[in-house]
Design a binder for this molecule. Sequence first.
Ligand code: NDP
Length: 297
Amino acid sequence: MTDHTASDVVTPSLTLLGLGAMGTAFARAWLAAGYSLTVWNRTPGRAGALVAEGAVLAAGAADAVAANALTVTCLLDDASVGEALAGADLTGKDLVDLTTGTPSEARARAAWAEARGARFLSGGIMAVPPMIGVPEAGGYVLYSGSPELFEAHRTALAVPAGTRFTGENPGHAALQDVALLSGMYGMVAGAAHAFALVRGEKDISPSEFAPLLAEWVVAMSAMIPQIGRQLESGDYESGVASGLAMQVAGVQSFLDTAHEQNVSPELLTPVFNLMKRRAQDGHEREGFAGLVGLLGP
Ligand code: NDP
């Protein structure tokens, strides 16, 4: 790739800044796919194995950026991206930043890159390093920012993991990344409480209980699309099979069971409190969609 219009099919080459656990996984995927890869890392010693596998180690970040039209950054945080790129000439370059950050950091970084003459795409990696370069693992990267950049480099970007372009607002990949991970932490909270309830029992082994829990959580995830539809339509009651009235009536059993098992209810009480508030506000026939508005905005 020598300019914005060149196809990465014709010249498969790019630059990667950052060879931590994630950057190294991305680098290996591009090398394995035959890409010519220029790399830079603050601690150059970390590049040794990749150089042996065919990567070219640049003397500095600015040299690495100069080597190719496309530069991908995968660094610790947004501040390290600013530091690494401080001396680089970004004029006419394409910059894809896979570093985790907040939506406002991504928007500010986009404005910063565009002011220096670059096109910019922010990425949120929905995978852990062992999933990179393994399509069947299901990992993907959320992208937002320049659609032209995404189109120009979609072949290269699709090598390490799946790609999902989420629109032109550069903050939206970071926002959806954090939103998806927040959903995961809710699941982890429920799972931690569930394991705590059963682990004091001699004849319930955690490893035998685990598949029951995993299957149940997957089955219950079917309610998520319904919540999405309800939030969009504003009708939170139609089609609800398990309304808040019934669920709130059962809350005491959950708290009593936790008490009997010597388990703290601290992970469950926040959601129970929201359910009670919404039911008391006259929304007993709703499911969970009404809880969203209690949180904001
Ligand atoms: P690591 O801690 O393994 O690597 C961090 C990288 O950032 C290293 O290359 C490090 O260089 C570099 N770095 C840190 N500070 C600076 C600085 N001030 N200037 C220049 N370079 C700096 O992290 P990962 O590779 O795991 O993660 C990279 C990004 O990917 C992060 O934003 C992370 O949130 C994201 N991510 C990671 C996932 C994971 O499971 N690992 C999952 C999803 C996203 P040096 O070698 O010199 O220390």
